[in-house]
Design a protein around this ligand. Structure first.
Ligand SMILES: Nc1ncnc2c1ncn2[C@@H]1O[C@H](COP(=O)(O)OP(=O)(O)O)[C@@H](O)[C@H]1O
Ligand SMILES: [Mg+2]
Length: 293
């Protein structure tokens, strides 16, 4: 005789002598030569086990938060130091009355760049540690991409990047945490622009493949050397002087929170393609297959 181990166990909270305990309960059918010949009721007090599990989970969460915060503090130091130097320089130039418009403009440009860098570090960090939005709303990925293209059009023009939006109007709306998804796509597009210092082509595509919505961000830039491809999603990994190294960490987190997958394909010197795949919810699938009849 065997127990059918596939039977589900469930936790039940109970109160005993003013103490809350957790009991794990289940019914295990006893199987003999393929037929059920009896049942075994199984009850176990798992209070301590569950408390230990919860404690470990909290400790893990806190540890990763601390590591990330330490990383951010470190990343912030460089731009702050550079800003401080240029402010001192400007003050000296103005006090000595030898401030040329050219010198001042150069310092101001650096201050602007460093402010932008600080802003990116802090925004990416906040998105990386922020709790998941529990109420994603049906959203339109095409509209979101169109908005980003509009937002970045001068930056792309200045960088000699030609953008090709290939948006499939028939992709269904999917539950979206819009702020987070926008940040994720912004990071992918900004990475693509940085990868094309001499200009190039940026392809932004949406399409439906089976039960998934696909978003492709593809560039004709410098590519990622094979030995670095396993590292780029690590927090704080960057090859750029002004990078936070948190961009792809945020992208990965946001895609996972939407129940999706992220793939990267890159060839050194040729370009890089990121492909996000997000499942279409059941309700939308039925609607669509109904419409096809
Ligand atoms: N489209 C791309 N083309 C080439 N390299 C890329 C691309 N996207 C990301 N990378 C590489 O991955 C690294 C990490 O990216 P990311 O996490 O966004 O941090 P950051 O942009 O701050 O460096 C980049 O520094 C770069 O080396
Ligand atoms: Mg980035």
């Amino acid at each position: 005789m065997e127990e059918d181990r596939g039977a589900a166990m469930r936790d039940f909270p109970v109160s005993h002598r003013n103490r809350n305990r957790t009991l794990s309960c289940g019914v295990l059918p006893l199987v003999d030569r393929g037929s059920i010949v009896g049942n075994m009721f199984y009850i176990e007090d798992v209070t301590e086990l569950r408390e230990e599990e919860a404690r470990l989970k909290r400790a893990e969460g806190l540890a990763s938060l601390t590591t990330m915060a330490a990383g951010v503090a470190h990343e912030i130091k460089n731009p702050l130091a550079s800003m401080s130097i240029h402010l001192q320089l400007m003050r000296r130039q103005m006090q000595g009355d030898c401030a040329s418009a050219e010198d001042l403009t150069e310092s101001l440009e650096i201050l602007e760049e460093e402010t932008e860098r600080l802003n990116n570090i802090v925004s990416d960090y906040l998105f990386a540690v922020r709790p998941q939005n529990s109420r994603p709303l049906p959203g339109d990925l095409n509209a979101l991409i169109t908005e980003l293209v509009q937002f970045l059009r001068y930056e792309m023009k200045g960088a000699n990047v030609r953008v090709f939006p290939l948006l499939d109007e028939s992709v269904p709306s999917i539950p979206l945490d819009e702020g987070a998804m926008k940040r994720a796509l912004l990071n992918l597009i900004k990475n693509a622009i940085s990868a094309m210092p001499d200009g190039g082509e940026l392809r932004l595509q949406t399409k439906r493949e089976g039960d998934n919505v696909i978003v492709v961000v593809s560039d004709t830039g410098v590519g990622i050397p094979e030995e670095l491809q396993g590292k780029i999603f690590e927090p704080y990994f960057t090859t750029r002087d002004t990078g936070s190294g948190l961009g792809l960490t945020v992208v990965y987190k946001v895609v996972k929170e939407h129940g999706g997958d992220l793939h990267m394909d890159s060839q050194s010197g040729r370009g890089t393609t990121f492909r996000i795949s997000i499942p279409v919810p059941q309700s939308e699938r039925k609607l669509l297959s109904g419409g096809e009849k």
